[in-house]
Each structure stands twice: as structure tokens, then as C-alpha cells.
Design a protein around this ligand. Structure first.
Ligand code: SDX
Length: 443
């Protein structure tokens, strides 16, 4: 019977070591510390910049098989949830671990809607932003500011407090997002209308003008709700890692969600959907695609919305978004930029540069043209990602808080700097030599 162990021979000493291979095919990096050349040797350390092959936690929330293009939330395939569920129900599933029965769903929906209002002072805080402030910058700041309104959130080991903050954040982030949008448009804030669905209320807070009651277009409301489902969680992505790492210091969850939102803001992560539209507008026409692809292959550009750290196949979410785009166009009219997206995809999927690197469309490739057709400005696209991901972040955070193996995140490093040097009086110092990381002699 094969043994679930790794046999290692350290050729520096001839010593042999046996390291257990745990379920999931993992070995504990800490076990490498036992491999030493002498008693006072630190021992071996694994080096994995950007954690490309390092598991940071054990999780039950989301499963991805990148080679097969599989995504499941708590075991449920994303395709089924997108077709049959709604965002609030999926948020319950991700946070609680099971689909709710009718009674629990009703209670969950009521609890979330209880928390859609925000403290009036937040409006004053928001007024401090310039009219052209990026709404993601406003969202990072206002979510962080919420930690000052709910000091009891610091009781992270109190289950009821964790549950209350989870409901508050899922309820309030759409309101903060909508207020940020209205601020940039110079429009008065629209208060939550809890007679509408979660997503319908968000649309109302964004787009209601002088009408007494906002009635969302049902096709667009359903399209956005499904897009929220697709963006709800994605295991240990950059922003989930930020949520867990910042949360591991035992700071309150509002501060940790602010950090996760900041990570999502980056163009390589949640900011990619905005970057895709900028790329499509720059390309301008399907006939310019070959020239752009040439620049990508020469390493001059990135094909935004393509590639993924985990998916080495078509992102299952991208397939669903592409279908939603056409449903939205039925209402809004076709967004001509999609013709450029389709040409990019067609050429890229046939070109060895992309095929050999297993670069396929990811969730961000078609969301931009869809959001734009729905009337969202580009800067709101990453905000539309942050809203649904709040439930994923809170689930990841709570799992980390409950995990007895977790402690404050504090990676090691491989030091490559100077050895000991001693201070000298300024008059005795030579002109500093240009350090390798100095881009110029500007101070
Ligand atoms: C999201 O992690 C998640 O789960 C994220 C997310 C979620 O739901 O949370 O799925 C959401 O962030 C989706 C990704 C959105 N970002 C983009 O679309 C930006 C463009 N994509 C890339 O920058 C890139 O593909 C990443 C950041 C997504 C992944 O980068 P990796 O895994 O670090 O891969 P890499 O940069 O090491 O690239 C490997 C090779 C390189 O070529 P070589 O150096 O081997 O020659 O592939 C090339 C890269 O140059 N490459 C690309 C490319 N992505 C990778 N070349 C051109 N265009 C691209 N988009």
C-alpha cells in the first residue's frame, strides 16, 4: 500500500526525512524547518512569491477546478445558481453554508433590508470628495469609515456580532455605492426603497429621478442580479486574501472589507472590467484587432479580461456573462463594442500565444460591455464587483476567525540586502552610489 508521505534526502548532510502528504495533496511548509545542516540552522523555508503554489487556508466556501472550468459555491454549480437562484439567496448560501428554506430566506431578506440605511454623517463624509472622485476610492473610504459607527464590531469572536456586521455590510454597501455614484453626478441621494428587491433597490438608488416610485426594468434587474451571483465569491483571490490577512490582525470587519475593496480596485483584479472597456475604446474597431493582438504578443500590452491565475480554461462565469449581454441588448440595444470583444476572443482563441499560455476570457471580459449598455459609467464597474463580493469576503473572514489553525498572517522573507554596516558622519560619506531600485537621483 503506497504511503502518503514524501521522502526527502538532504544531499548537504545525507540525512533523510519523511513528510506526511495530507488530504488534498498538500505538505505543511513548516515541516521543511526540520531539514537543517546543524542544530542552530534555521532550517528550510519555501519561497513562493504571489503564493502561486501555496494554500493559505482550508476552506469550505468555493471550489474551482481551473483546468475543467468548474466553479461551485458550497458545492452548487455556478450555472445552476445563475439560472435558478437570486443574489440574496446565494449570499445566504455562501455565508451560512446551506440554501435557506422559505422561513429562513424571508428572515434573511428582512434582516438585510433592515440595514440598507446609512448614518446621516456618512453623507457629510462623502461630500468631502471631489465631484470627479473615483467611486471605488469613495467606497474604500466610506466602508472603512463605517468601523467608527459600529465600534462593537471589534468583538470579532462574538458570533452574534459577526452575524450583525455581515448583515449590515451586505445591506449597506449598495447604498454607499449608489451614494458615491449620485455624488459624482451631482444628484441628490435616493434613499433605499425596501419594497423593491435587493438589486431593484440598488437600481432605484442609482437611477431614480423625479418619479415617485422607481420601477426597474425586470430584464435589467434580473441581469444585474445574476451578475451579482457570478461575482459573489471566488475562493482565495487577491481581495479575499487581503480580507483574511488584514482580518487576521483581529481588526473589525469594516476595516478588513475596506482593505479587500482596495485590493479589488486594482486593474489586474476587479478593476479589469473598467480596463477592458478602455482597451475596447482604444482599439476602436474590429479591423484594428490584429494590430492590437500583435502588440500584446510583443509584450507591449495585456489583453485585459483575458487570463486567470486559476482558470486555465474558459472562465465559466464569462460564458454566462456573454449570454446575459445579449439579453440586456434586447432591452438597451446592442453595444457595438461587443463586436471588438468577439473579434478579440476569436483571434486569441486561435493564436498559439494565448493557447500555449492557456489564456481565456475571464469574468471581466464581457461584463464591461454589458454594464455600459445598462447605463453604468466605466468607473462604476469595479463597484458593481465589490457589492456582491461583500458576502464572499464576509464568509471568508468568518471562516478565518473560526479556524483554530489560523493566526496573524506574517510571511517570512529571503533577505538579499546589505550585511551589517556602521553609521559614519555625513562629512565622511562618499556620494551615494545608484542603488538598483533607484529610478533616478531625484530625492
Ligand atoms: C479577476 O483570482 C481571482 O479569482 C480573480 C477573479 C475573482 O473573481 O476574484 O477571478 C477576478 O481578477 C479576474 C482577472 C481580471 N484581470 C485581468 O483580466 C487582467 C489581465 N489578466 C492578467 O493580468 C493575468 O492573466 C492575471 C493577473 C489575471 C493572472 O496573472 P498570473 O496568473 O500572474 O499570470 P502571469 O502574469 O504570470 O502570466 C503568465 C503568462 C505571462 O507570459 P510569459 O511571461 O510567460 O511570457 O501569460 C501572460 C503573461 O505575460 N499573460 C498575458 C495575460 N495574462 C497573462 N498576456 C497577455 N494578456 C493577458 N491578459
Amino acid at each position: 500500500m503506497a504511503k502518503e508521505t514524501l521522502s526527502i534526502t538532504d544531499n548537504r548532510t545525507g540525512k533523510q526525512y519523511e513528510i506526511p502528504i495530507e488530504e488534498g495533496g498538500v505538505i505543511r511548509a513548516a515541516a521543511l524547518r526540520d531539514i537543517k545542516t546543524s542544530a542552530d540552522d534555521f532550517g528550510l523555508m519555501s519561497y513562493d512569491p504571489a503564493f502561486t503554489n501555496t494554500a493559505s487556508c482550508r476552506s469550505r466556501i468555493t471550489f474551482i477546478d481551473g483546468d475543467k472550468g468548474i466553479l461551485r459555491y458550497r458545492g452548487y454549480p455556478i450555472e445552476e445558481l445563475a439560472e435558478k437562484s437570486n443574489y440574496l439567496e446565494v449570499a445566504y448560501l455562501i455565508v451560512k453554508g446551506e440554501l435557506p428554506d422559505r422561513k429562513h430566506y424571508a428572515a434573511w431578506e428582512s434582516n438585510i433590508k433592515t440595514h440598507t440605511m446609512i448614518h446621516e454623517n456618512v453623507k457629510k463624509f462623502m461630500e468631502g470628495f471631489r465631484y470627479d472622485a473615483h467611486p471605488m476610492g469613495m467606497l474604500v473610504s466610506t466602508i472603512g469609515a463605517l468601523s467608527t459607527f459600529y465600534p462593537e464590531a471589534a468583538q470579532i469572536h462574538d458570533l452574534e456580532s459577526r452575524r450583525l456586521q455581515t448583515r449590515r455590510l451586505i445591506g449597506k454597501v449598495p447604498t454607499l455605492a449608489a451614494f458615491a455614484y449620485r455624488h459624482t453626478r451631482g444628484l441628490p441621494y435616493v434613499y433605499p426603497d425596501n419594497s423593491l428587491s435587493y438589486t431593484g433597490n440598488f437600481l432605484s438608488m442609482l437611477f431614480r429621478m423625479t418619479e415617485r416610485e422607481y420601477k426597474p426594468n425586470p430584464t435589467l434587474e434580473r441581469a444585474l442580479d445574476v451578475l451579482f451571483i457570478l461575482h459573489a465569491d471566488h475562493e482565495q483571490n487577491c481581495s479575499a486574501n487581503a480580507m483574511r490577512s488584514v482580518g487576521s490582525s483581529q481588526v473589525d470587519p469594516y476595516s478588513a472589507v475596506a482593505a479587500a475593496t482596495a485590493a479589488l480596485y486594482g486593474p489586474l483584479h476587479g478593476g479589469a472590467n473598467e480596463a477592458v472597456i478602455r482597451m475596447l475604446v482604444e482599439i476602436g474597431s474590429p479591423k484594428n484587432v490584429p494590430e492590437f493582438i500583435k502588440g500584446v504578443k510583443e509584450g507591449k500590452r495585456r489583453l485585459m479580461g483575458f487570463g486567470h491565475r486559476v482558470y486555465k480554461n474558459y472562465d465559466p462565469r464569462a460564458k454566462i456573462v456573454k449570454k446575459i449581454a445579449y439579453e440586456v441588448f434586447e432591452v438597451t440595444g446592442r453595444n457595438p463594442l461587443i463586436d471588438i470583444s468577439l473579434e478579440l476572443e476569436k483571434i486569441a482563441l486561435e493564436d498559439d500565444y494565448f493557447v500555449s499560455r492557456k489564456l481565456y476570457p475571464n469574468v471581466d471580459f464581457y461584463t464591461g460591455v454589458t454594464y455600459q449598455a445598462m447605463g453604468f459609467p466605466m468607473q462604476m464597474f469595479p463597484v458593481l464587483f465589490a457589492i456582491p463580493r461583500t458576502s464572499g469576503w464576509m464568509a471568508q473572514w468568518a471562516e478565518m476567525v473560526r479556524d483554530p489553525e489560523q493566526k496573524i498572517a506574517r510571511p517570512r522573507q529571503v533577505y538579499i540586502g546589505e550585511q551589517t554596516r556602521h553609521w559614519t558622519p555625513i562629512e565622511h560619506r562618499p556620494e551615494p552610489t545608484m542603488r538598483e531600485d533607484a529610478v533616478s537621483d531625484q530625492i
